[in-house]
Design a protein around this ligand. Structure first.
Ligand code: ARG
Length: 264
């Protein structure tokens, strides 16, 4: 099925502050390489037949390329983001404005801290929601009320996997892949209960942000380095589309972080 994604060209991308353990401002990042890699991701979606819309990057917001954090859109309802760190605060209103400018009128201004699809992942019958590093638990209830979908709280415990989308991705509307070590014991049990047939990722694949992947139900766009996970996905009948995003990983982001799905 054709998807609609919102992306933001990394025109002002840089690693100039550290708000997660992947970020090393003293080492920096190469913007030209980041742009080239990002273009590769955008082309991969277009070659799969998906629609890509673009939001204008804003000077002074080096992390704005990570569109996943900009909102959560389900059934045409736009749940706005409210960032945990002041360095990213201005991205929330910038993304919301894109949606209102493009005719979306069911828009929610967030009360509690939430980082959009970074911490909210949508399946057919529920929304999985991360907490522990960024998104507040109270935002999970706020999202449930606005979207009218059940929201299941999952607790993240490993700072390398600070957003839910670094530790888990939906394979389709019903099943997921995840790295258990990123979750609290109780949340691991919840995941086992909900998804007995899940793809369980190894730490080495999680450590190259292999779980920060985007599936359309048949094709999985995934970090080129996540070899073991790619093998297992192929075994399960998925088409694997490897993309190289090593420069954006220096800010803690992979394919999914650069991609906000607009669910009509
Ligand atoms: N540097 C960004 C941050 O720490 C990376 C965001 C990655 N986005 C994501 N959806 N995991 O906020």
């Amino acid at each position: 099925m054709t998807r609609h994604y919102l992306m933001c060209r990394p025109e002002y991308f840089a690693v100039e502050y550290a708000i997660n353990p992947w970020m090393h401002p003293e080492a920096g990042a190469d913007r030209e390489v980041a742009i080239r890699q990002w273009e590769g991701l955008k082309s991969a979606y277009e070659e799969l037949g998906h629609r890509v819309s673009l939001i204008d990057p804003v000077r002074g917001l080096p992390d704005m390329v990570f569109a996943a954090n900009g909102a959560l859109v389900v059934g045409g309802r736009v749940f706005g983001a409210r960032f945990a760190h002041p360095q990213r605060t201005a991205e929330g209103p910038a993304y919301l404005k894109w949606f209102t400018d493009h005719g979306y009128d069911r828009v929610h201004e967030p009360v509690f801290v939430n980082e959009g699809e970074g911490d909210f992942l949508t399946l057919d019958h529920l929304v999985l929601a991360g907490t522990g590093f960024r998104t507040e638990v109270a935002a999970h209830g706020e999202a449930q009320e606005f979207l009218g979908r059940p929201v299941v709280t999952l607790r993240l415990v490993d700072p390398r996997f600070y957003h839910l989308d670094t530790a888990l991705f939906p394979l389709d509307g019903r099943n997921v892949a995840y790295y258990p070590g990123a979750f609290s014991p109780g949340s691991q049990e919840v995941l086992r209960h909900l998804f007995p047939d899940a793809v369980i990722a190894e730490e080495e694949d999680a450590a190259v942000l292999g779980l920060n992947a985007v599936s359309d139900g048949s094709n999985v766009v995934i970090s080129a380095e996540a070899a073991g996970l790619q093998l297992e996905l192929k075994r399960r009948g998925f088409e694997v589309v490897p993309v190289e995003l090593s420069e954006l990983r220096k800010a803690g982001g992979g394919p999914k972080c650069c991609t906000l799905e607009i669910r009509g």
